[in-house]
Design a protein around this ligand. Structure first.
Ligand code: PEP
Ligand code: MG
Length: 536
């Protein structure tokens, strides 16, 4: 008899963040010791850097032991030697005692050293600049709690929180995710839904034991530790049902029609080419949101113009004439990018994120705009700007686009200005929508809701406040009405659009273009087909 059936199963309740079911051993991830978002004393900042340096050394030593390649070993030994040299971090510790945050101090101390390697006459020393840059970013990741902890496939990961970069580098085949923090509209949950990884949040992970077998029910928001044989049988049945549902989605392959025959467009949200594998473009009305920041996550170096161009072009080609709406970088908030976003931001969701960040890093932004303007020649590309608050931000983006176009024309490269739209996710923008020179609008309900309610999309305790309310629907209606009057298109690409229970309310506001996670296509089209007009 199965020894596992003798143990008493126990249920741990959480909140559903991504549907689906998984069965496997529990793996607890170490809690990130330092939250870079918090304000800390000089002693705590000092300790944060000490710990990050020590953890980086351990990680590099383990890597050096495992690589089995002499070139790589030499690079890693050089980095370890640098970490062992007290002079390396001394200027950072001095800045910290003067009141600087650890991450900022570390960067301020290392960047001049990188610059001096960069300008060395000797090519050997010049080449060391990239090793030092790599080391700088590793230590920064440690401080941001984004350490590279390897997670095996097929397990249920339990953690306090997880940065999107780590989610993206994990093999989730047959696995699932249990978090204490986060909410259904945090970015990790968005990724989990789009990749079909069952996930629940709001779980006290401290009491979970490593290696115990567990069954994760993403639909019910439930974790069952030590499931008995009856529960395992339920698991097998549900997996079979899921496969049936996936097949059934194909039956909603045509255009979405309301009960009265009105056409509603349903597009998809993606984060890269991975989600397009196995998806037939005939089943969708295009890509309504491509979140490009995930191309920048978890990498040692930011993607080049050429790398971005190739990805954008392949997306446009995949869509075969249907619109592909690519959003410029929306880094910051809960999507930090090492070396780009500011880890010392006290309130990241109200800080330098989205277009605010892009306009402060024109070197990075220009590369993206050049890649987009080039990809626009390959098909039906549209570009939208995230987190626009005032009209001047969009105007500046338009000017930068025109400059990129002129530059490429001068270089004799193929380029074209795509339609330029904006995300409507800041209440100020929704309230003054008439002032913006946008070619189209896309409503970001995830952020709009959190900013209207002043309740973080990441805070499980405020889930009841961070909900679609009359105030939110009022703003949606305002934007849709203005777009209709002025002959512009409005879509809604936040997660509200993918919730079948909200479909009727959104149609009531006049919305006729939805953009949803690929997994929500079937349920949303089904909900549209049941809609017969506003309730009397
Ligand atoms: C939104 O805010 O609704 C949105 C689509 O953008 P993101 O979730 O990436 O912030
Ligand atoms: Mg947003």
């Amino acid at each position: 008899m199965d020894r596992r059936t003798h143990r008493a199963a126990h249920r741990v309740e959480g909140r559903s963040a991504a549907p689906g079911i998984a069965l496997g051993p529990l793996v607890r991830l170490a809690v990130a010791k330092h939250d870079a978002r918090q304000h800390r004393s000089a002693a705590e900042e000092h300790q944060a850097l000490v710990d990050a340096l020590a953890a980086s050394k351990v990680a590099l030593t383990v890597l050096a032991r495992e690589v089995g390649d002499t070139d790589a070993e030499a690079i890693l030994s050089f980095q370890i030697a640098l970490l062992e040299d007290d002079n390396l971090a001394a200027p950072a510790f001095a800045l910290i005692s003067g009141g600087a945050a650890a991450s900022r101090a570390w960067r301020a101390a290392i960047d001049p050293q990188i610059a001096s390697y960069d300008t060395a006459d000797d090519p050997f020393f010049r080449a060391r600049a990239s090793d030092l840059r790599d080391l700088r970013d590793r230590v920064r990741r440690q401080m941001a709690g984004e350490a590279d902890q390897a997670v095996p496939a097929g397990v249920i990961v339990a953690a306090d929180d997880m940065p999107p970069s780590m989610f993206l580098t994990t093999d989730w085949r047959d696995g699932g995710l249990v978090l204490r923090r986060g909410s259904p509209s945090s970015h990790v949950a968005i990724l989990a839904r789009s990749r079909g990884v069952p996930m629940i949040v709001g779980v006290d992970v401290d009491h979970l034991e490593d290696d115990k077998d567990a069954m994760l029910d993403g639909d019910a928001g439930l974790l069952i530790v030590d499931p008995d044989s009856d529960m395992r049988a339920i698991y097998s049945r549900r997996r079979a049902e899921q496969a049936d549902v996936r097949q059934a989605v194909g039956s909603f392959s045509g255009p979405a029609l309301t009960a009265s025959g009105e056409v509603v467009r349903v597009m998809i949200n993606v984060t890269g080419l991975a989600e397009l594998k196995g998806l037939d473009p005939a089943h969708v009305d295009g890509i309504g949101l491509m979140r490009t920041e995930f191309l920048f996550q978890g990498r040692e170096k930011l993607p080049t113009e050429e790398e971005q161009y190739q990805i954008y072009k392949r997306m446009v080609e995949w869509a075969a004439g249907k619109p592909v709406t690519i959003r410029t970088l929306d880094a910051g908030g809960d999507k930090p990018i090492a070396g780009l976003t500011e880890p010392g931001d006290i309130n990241p969701f109200l800080g330098v994120r989205g277009v605010r960040l892009s306009l402060r890093h024109l070197d990075v932004f220009r590369e993206q705009l050049r890649a987009l303007v080039r990809a626009a020649t390959a098909g039906n590309l549209k570009v939208m700007i995230p987190m626009v608050t005032v009209p001047e931000e969009l105007d500046q983006c338009r000017t930068l686009f025109e400059q990129a176009l002129e530059e490429l024309n001068r270089e004799g490269q193929n380029a074209k200005m795509p339609p330029l739209g904006m995300m409507v996710e800041v209440p100020a923008a929704a309230l003054t929508i008439e002032d913006f020179n946008a070619d189209f609008f896309s409503i970001g309900s995830n952020d709009l809701i959190q900013y209207v309610a002043a309740a973080s999309r990441d805070e499980p305790q405020l889930a009841d406040l961070a909900r679609p309310s009359r105030a939110v629907f009022g703003l949606i209606r305002r934007v849709v009405d203005y777009a209709d009057r002025s002959g512009r298109e409005t879509s809604l690409c936040g997660d509200l659009a993918g919730d079948p229970e909200q479909v009727a309310a959104l149609l009531d506001q006049g919305l006729r273009t939805f953009s949803v996670a690929p997994g929500a296509l079937g349920p949303v089209k089904a909900a549209i087909s049941r809609y017969s007009g506003p309730a009397a």
